[in-house]
Design a protein around this ligand. Structure first.
Ligand SMILES: [Cu+2]
Length: 96
């Protein structure tokens, strides 16, 4: 809880939340553009758990019929995948 509170305080007032749906082992939309400080929130409609994982970066657990999120702290591009289903892929472009 403490880290969540700090992340919220550190986020600029104009930060956005970008929503991605997971349905039948597909991230939708698969390609998004964001800014540093934005939050990506995944909504998992499947009855199995997924992750959004960047090699050497964030690793978000997204339980079945639940949600997971990450706040973007660095600019650049990130290709992420699901650790359980490596053919599930998404791409994020993060502007400064
Ligand atoms: Cu998966």
């Amino acid at each position: 809880m403490l880290s969540l509170a700090l992340a919220l305080i550190a986020s600029p007032a104009f930060a956005a939340t970008i929503e991605i749906t997971i349905d039948k082992l597909v991230f939708s939309p698969a390609n998004i553009q964001a800014k540093v400080g934005d939050t990506i929130e995944w909504t998992n409609k499947d009855v199995i758990a997924h992750t959004a994982t960047v090699k050497g970066g964030w690793d978000v657990m997204i339980p079945a019929k639940s949600k997971g999120n990450v706040t973007l702290k660095a600019a650049g591009t990130a290709d992420y995948f699901c650790r359980f289903h490596p053919n599930m892929k998404g791409h994020v472009e993060v502007a400064p």
